[in-house]
Design a protein around this ligand. Structure first.
Ligand code: ATP
Ligand code: MG
Length: 673
């Protein structure tokens, strides 16, 4: 019996070198050697990270690079002291970037010609002043002290990074909750952090409408009160001007708090050490109850700085744009802290990618001459449903690096992205990482001056200084080209310190699986290394299917379907079957202009047979939906599709974007079961 993996294997040798890089390509053997030299012993590994650490600002340098005396609680740059706010503002000004634009913010509303009505260009000096004013206000008026945690429930407006830096300045911490979450999800996170101050806005513009936020905070605060937790102050930034209820002794306008604070107040920036943390942030909740990752200061900063240089090759004249929401780790690390600590000009956009039409992002890339772009496969698959001309009519030629993150990218989507956004010449990588890793773990490294050839759908290589492996159930490495569980084998600077208030869960979730073998960080993903050493993440370990003795990653089956011209998106789960063990159950979203029908089912099965072989295709169940259940960060929640098929309880759905998708899945399942 042939292994259904053959389909993906053809991508192993699909080497693509963007023409402008043709003279700057690593021989794979040389790159392997470069990485191995760094990883060969403790001394060279420490020297490598120390080199990066030496490039950033420290109030006090470290005595020791890595303390691994209490694994798996690793500590980096012991004895060193720095601060994210200082790195992102003060230090940039010291380096001569006082008047450089740090953030270009674009609001969603447009005029009748589609031009934005509001654009704010915030210089590094503006950033410095505003965050100092807020820090002063928080300290003097609200008594915020070092170590206090504040919860932010804010839209994509410049005040969010201002508050982030203000809090860092004081050595306080933030817990940012994505502003699409429900009152209940917010309340749980406020209580977990023990926050007495919540910062929000009246509302936000989204798809041409005002979405109110303050009422959700009101509701969340009520839930907290019911549970015995008091929120003392809710700071409200005025954004959309919508009417809101007001609680006199609790609510306070951001503008009023700052009214009497002059533009040039300065607040001392508190030096933070290696035992200090910078923030907590919850994971997306794709696979279950969200986990509160607690991140460091120095190690986190070094990791971000190094990846901004290696992965993004950030230069002073770049216009950098990451489309994530700051409420996710991607936004924390690669809209705020990473770009700002490297003195970049970073774009921040308030609204939806399809307002006033689906060309909005492309229009913005043209408007600002964006050179570096970062988005998610879910967005790319949405854009792909449109004719290419929708995007190529804008000037996208400035783009030189276009990466994705969040889910595996199907080779089909990769090719589209390379061609349409990358104009067949940009470096494209699906950078793999997690909330817990702090920063990017895999990619290509244009910042090192040379790249390894690209391959559609790959995650590239682990960044130098970090090593990964693919293990079987017993912790033995599997050979190249075979699937298994994806682990990181050595500590790295950006790694989470622990799970907030839950060190036991930290040990258990990330280091429990292979504890008899040593301290291996278990990612929870399913992956494969190819013979060249490239990483291919194949989906969630919880989501893999076991078909006739083969364990198959969801990404493999989904990519096979998405390569059919009628399919926009697909989600695959295993459905238990008495004879086969499991059969693939596939939910398909068709592209515009295609209709579900029995013929379409046969057509897709035929396609599946020709791409993945009979093992996967013969018993596959295919059904159609308009939308897939996704987290609010846009990831497919396969566990819900499985629960539907098994008639089980849905579990934690606080991060689910829309209930409608689950209802649809239930109906679609009835048709095929
Ligand atoms: P939870 O841990 O609560 O279930 P989550 O894992 O979705 O949620 P995140 O930390 O936002 O929370 O996402 C990390 C996960 O996203 C990774 O473990 C991986 O499954 C997936 N992922 C991220 N980037 C990539 C990528 N480039 N290719 C494939 N998968 C990716
Ligand atoms: Mg996760």
């Amino acid at each position: 019996m042939t292994d259904p993996i053959e389909n993906l294997k053809k991508e192993f040798e699909n080497y693509i070198v963007p023409p402008s890089w043709k003279d700057r390509v690593w021989e794979i053997e040389d790159f392997r050697k470069f990485r191995e030299d760094i990883l060969k012993d403790r001394e060279s590994l420490e020297k490598w990270w120390e080199k990066w650490a030496n490039e950033i600002f420290w109030f006090k340098k470290w005595d020791k690079v890595l303390d691994d005396s209490n694994p798996p609680f690793y500590r980096w740059f012991i004895g060193g002291e720095t601060n994210l706010a200082y790195l992102c503002a003060d230090w940039q000004i010291e380096q001569g970037r006082k008047n450089k634009v740090a953030i270009i913010w674009e609001g969603e509303p447009v005029d009748e010609k589609g031009e934005p009505l509001e654009v704010r260009k915030i210089t590094y000096y503006d950033l410095y002043r505003e965050s100092n004013r807020i820090a002063y206000m928080l300290k003097e008026k609200l008594g915020v002290k070092k170590d206090e945690i504040l919860t932010f429930y804010m839209p994509m407006i410049p005040e969010l990074p201002f508050y982030m830096l203000a809090v860092q300045r004081l050595g306080a911490k933030h817990s940012i909750v994505f502003s699409g979450f429900s009152a209940e999800a917010l309340a749980i996170r406020i209580m977990d952090a023990g926050a007495r101050i919540v910062v929000t806005s009246d509302g936000v513009y989204r798809r041409g409408k005002v979405v109110p936020l303050k009422p959700i905070v009101d509701e969340a605060v009520k839930i907290c009160e019911r549970e015995g937790h008091k929120v003392e102050k809710v700071i409200v930034v005025k954004r959309a001007g919508n009417e809101i209820s007001w609680y006199e002794d609790r609510d306070v306008w951001h503008d009023e708090l700052l009214e009497d604070i002059s533009g040039n107040v300065e607040v001392e920036c508190v030096p933070l050490g290696s035992e200090d943390f910078s923030f907590i942030l919850y994971t997306s909740g794709t696979t279950g109850r969200p986990k509160g990752a607690q991140h460091s200061v120095g190690g986190y900063a070094v990791h971000l700085y190094a990846t901004m240089k290696m992965i993004w090759d950030i230069q002073d004249d770049d216009i950098y744009w990451c489309t994530a929401d700051i409420g996710w780790i991607t936004g924390h690390s690669y809209i705020v802290y990473g770009p700002l600590m490297t003195g970049a000009t970073s774009i921040m956009y308030e609204g939806a990618p399809n307002y006033p039409d689906i060309g909005r992002w492309a229009a913005m890339i043209e408007r600002y001459g964006v050179t570096i772009f970062y988005t998610a496969p879910t967005a790319i698959r949405m854009l792909m449903r449109e004719p290419e001309e929708t995007f190529t009519k804008y000037d996208l030629s400035t783009l030189r690096i276009v990466n994705s993150v969040g889910e595996p990218i199907n080779p089909e989507a990769w090719n589209w992205y390379y061609k349409v956004f990358g104009h067949n010449d940009a470096v494209v990588t699906s950078t793999w990482w997690m909330t817990e890793t702090g920063g990017i773990i895999t990619g290509h490294f244009p910042g090192l001056g040379k790249i390894t050839p690209l391959k559609p759908g790959t995650n590239g290589f682990p960044i130098p200084g970090i090593n990964v492996a693919v293990f079987d159930d017993d912790g033995n490495p599997v050979e190249p080209g075979k699937r298994g569980y994806y682990v990181i084998t050595n500590p790295w600077p950006g790694m989470l310190m622990t799970l907030f208030k839950d060190p036991e869960r930290y040990i258990d979730v990330y280091f429990g699986k292979y504890k008899s073998k040593g301290w291996y960080y278990y990612t929870g993903d399913f992956a494969m290394l190819d013979p060249d050493g490239y990483v291919w993440v194949l989906g969630r370990a919880d989501d893999i299917l076991k078909v006739a003795g083969h364990r198959i990653g969801t990404a493999e089956v989904e990519s096979a379907l998405v390569s059919h011209s009628a399919v926009a998106e697909a989600a695959c789960v295993g459905k238990s079957d008495e004879i086969k063990g499991e059969v693939p159950l596939i939910y398909v979203v068709l592209k515009k202009g295609y209709e579900p029908s029995d013929e379409m089912v046969s057509e897709l099965k035929k396609h599946l047979r020709s791409t993945m072989g009979p093992v996967v295709a013969s018993d596959a169940l295919i059904t159609f939906v308009d939308t897939l259940p996704k987290t609010r960060s846009g990831k497919i929640m396969r566990r819900l599709l499985r629960a539907v098929a098994e008639g089980k309880d849905l579990g934690d759905i606080t991060t689910l974007e829309s209930d409608v998708a689950v209802e649809e899945a239930k109906k679609a399942y009835e048709i095929v079961k």
